[in-house]
Design a protein around this ligand. Sequence first.
Ligand SMILES: [Zn+2]
Length: 485
Amino acid sequence: MSRSKYEAVIGLEVHVELKTNSKAFCGCATSFGAEPNTNVCPICLGMPGTLPVLNRQMVEYAIKTGLALNCRIAEFCKFDRKNYYYPDLPKNYQISQYDLPIAIGGKLDIEIEGDGASKTIGITRVHMEEDAGKLVHQGNIMTTPYSLVDLNRAGTPLLEIVSEPDMSSGAEARRYVEKLRAILLFLEVSDCKMEEGSLRCDANISVRPNGQTKLGTKAEIKNMNSFRALERAVEYEIDRQIKILEEGGTIIQDTRTWDEVQQITLSMRSKEEAHDYRYFPDPDLMPLKIDQAWTERVRASLPELPDQACLRLVEEYNLSQYDAALLTATKDGLEYFDACVRQYPQPKVVANWIMGELARLLNQNNMEIKDCRITPHALSQLLTLLEKGTISGKIAKKVFEEMFQTGALPDKIIEEQGLVQISDEAGILAIVKEVINANPKVVDDFKNGKGKAAGFLVGQVMKASKGKANPEIANRLLNEELSRL
Ligand SMILES: [Zn+2]
């Protein structure tokens, strides 16, 4: 199969649950993990005679998101009914936005792996809708003998964010969703937890021979609930379609599901079974007018976004693009970094500790930065002690690890464990002499011109002092002693 002869065309539809306190059209709570069917009322259960009331916070979050994605906010939009029958949808229609969405025509930049270049992905539209309930299957949707219905999620406010088909690989699709997620987290409009379903993603994928302008027949893939699954599903699907074309077959337009166990996509339904949703304006909800003043108020309240933060770190702190991108990947991470720099105004030093030791320990313990017990104040204290030479770099790493485990302040750890660096020359000289006497063979090697031998002896001095000897002084005294022999 020759992948290089084909171009893949990928567009994504991302659904995000908004972090409002109550549902889109009723007062029920939106909290995740409650007893099934307890966060429900006549409105979200779809009882006859009930009337929906629009949640202002949902609109505000939609405007925020639209602006952050460089969209134009519509001054006039409306809600429509999307009609279909399914057990998780008690009204038999979903309130959504059809032809007049709240935000259109935006864009988002993704970084292309490795070379520091970026690619612009168009955002077609952002619209508001309500979520359906949840069907709980026994195992797999294709093989389950029965399903249970939980309507707690029914009526939860959602945004659907539709991209242009501007991506051409699984890696790009992943980068797009990662970037989108980072922006939504900076905006604080959603938790964006893929594993809990508060961020869900469908991919439309087609392939065409290089040079062909007409789009190939597409397949839609659902049920990818991690970044890894998204990347793999897209790559699998591209290969599957190319293989069919190479063998002279035709692609059938269908909806497919990603099977995590087999790592393949499976057909769920073909185009012939596709729904005609019979959209029509919801007569129970007034069209929504968003005046310029409201949009501008929201624009003024936008927080710093990942791209802006990244630029700030490069321009103000002189960090590399790579470091800045890592430090601004999450809002928590950026806030931690900023707080540390305020306490210890040497951005490069702070960045190295956060991306090095801290990242390593967080990773090892499967923790996130918000769970970190080292406060910016404590880190600043450690870096000051290191800078003053009270402790060596090696000891600092040891103390840092202790701070990470216990949350104690560095001066306390250093005092309790007697880790203060020895800079007293007489003390170090005594150790140097001991080491020289104990290693006559190495000293001979040194005299015979083996440079490495000196390194070994310095190591022995550090070891004998339990890492506390000031390495510069140890090095100097050792060389002085050796030159005297
Ligand atoms: Zn309700």
